[in-house]
Design a protein around this ligand. Structure first.
Ligand SMILES: NC(=O)c1ccc[n+]([C@@H]2O[C@H](COP(=O)([O-])OP(=O)(O)OC[C@H]3O[C@@H](n4cnc5c(N)ncnc54)[C@H](OP(=O)(O)O)[C@@H]3O)[C@@H](O)[C@H]2O)c1
Length: 324
């Protein structure tokens, strides 16, 4: 099988394909034939080492000083190709999706995952591409909106950067929670923002829409406290989905600013969070937008697009054709 590997911190050209034997599932393990996998903002950041200001050294301490010692690929959708001894509940041919998470390993044709790990049956309502696109933005948006900002019905929510993976999920889930959603996006993506449930759409290049908002989701961290504070209603919450070191420290040391609050952090990658998101999908609250779909062989091109931070919806590679 073909697997992708990062050879150094740097541009997409640092990605290599290698041949490897198809792994045999051990006791309690499931072998998955990967059919599709997302190429996310997170993948691009791990490969390039380009993270918000002040976090570069922390990243390198976590994943490798000289090269990213993680495998490419954070999530997958595919089908069970084999099961190890003692596996119950999974059968060959079953459609599945899940997370390989921070350590990666989904950008390959087959992967092995423990049967009780971050793997779930893929609902019939999702294609392999949609299954691949499902978790990255969805888990982030659900956790920040529901658990952290605690959005309630009738609140006014601004999603700044509303049509990528995180923003697209945030618009849908905020709307489902009963919020009135304003969105900012490039003009080309305004229709998409409206289709996902935004009732008010503008271009972030023209400034922010008029507040007050109960919750501002600052997807790219471009507003920050200084520009978002004047938009916040009393009791308002600012969610910095992207935050540099100083914003992270600021929110940790001084989350409360009068009666308003700043929220940062990373979202959880666990089975209960995944199950909740599947529940939201089944209630009709969330379906990921599948944007560009490229063959696995074009993984470097997919990274180039992902690191531009302007992709509509989610970018997915499919493993139907073998890379050279
Ligand atoms: N905290 C966490 O746990 C967590 C989890 C996941 C992702 N993230 C971070 O969240 C960010 C977004 O990830 P993503 O996957 O949603 O990225 P994405 O799919 O590339 O989407 C980026 C979005 O930001 C918008 N945008 C780009 N430049 C902007 C600007 N100057 N001002 C306002 N909006 C702008 C884009 O709009 P247009 O395309 O319309 O221009 C697009 O809607 C990344 O920095 C990622 O690292 C954090």
């Amino acid at each position: 099988m073909k697997i992708a590997r990062y050879t150094a911190y740097g541009g997409p050209e640092t990605i290599r394909f290698e041949d490897a034997p198809i792994p045999a599932p051990g006791p309690g393990e499931v072998l998955v034939r990967v059919r599709a996998a997302p190429v996310t903002a997170g993948d691009a950041r791990l490969r390039s080492g380009m993270v918000p200001r002040g976090l570069g050294l922390l990243l390198r301490v976590a994943i490798g000083l000289t090269r990213p010692r993680v495998a490419p690929g954070w999530a997958f959708a595919g089908e069970v190709a084999g099961v190890g001894a003692g596996v119950t509940g999974w059968s060959v041919g079953q459609r599945v999706f899940g997370l390989t998470g921070f350590k990666g390993g989904a950008h390959r044709e087959y992967l092995v995952i423990t049967q009780s790990g971050t793997i779930l049956p893929l609902p019939d309502t999702l294609s392999f591409e949609a299954g691949a696109a499902f978790f990255f933005g969805g888990l982030t948006a659900a956790e920040f909106l529901i658990d952290r900002a605690k959005v309630t019905a009738g609140e006014r929510v601004l999603v700044a950067g509303a049509t990528g993976a995180v923003g697209g999920a945030a618009v849908q889930i905020a709307r489902h929670l009963g919020a009135k959603v304003a969105a900012t996006a490039s003009a080309a993506n305004h229709d998409l923002a409206r289709r996902m449930g935004a009732s008010e759409v503008s271009d972030y290049r023209d400034g922010s829409p008029a507040g007050p908002f109960d919750v501002v989701i600052d997807v790219m961290g471009k507003l920050g406290w200084d520009r978002a504070a004047p938009l916040l209603a009393p009791g308002g919450r600012l969610v910095l989905v992207t935050a540099d070191l100083s914003a992270m420290l600021g929110s940790a040391l001084r989350p409360r600013r009068g009666d308003r609050r700043v929220i940062t952090g990373t979202s959880k990658e666990d089975l209960p969070s995944m199950l909740r998101l599947v529940g939201l999908h089944q209630e009709g609250a969330y379906t990921p937008v599948v944007g560009q779909v490229l063959p696995f062989a074009h993984l470097a091109e997919a990274h180039r697009i992902a690191e531009g931070f302007h992709k509509p919806g989610n970018l997915v590679v499919t493993m139907d054709q073998t890379p050279a």
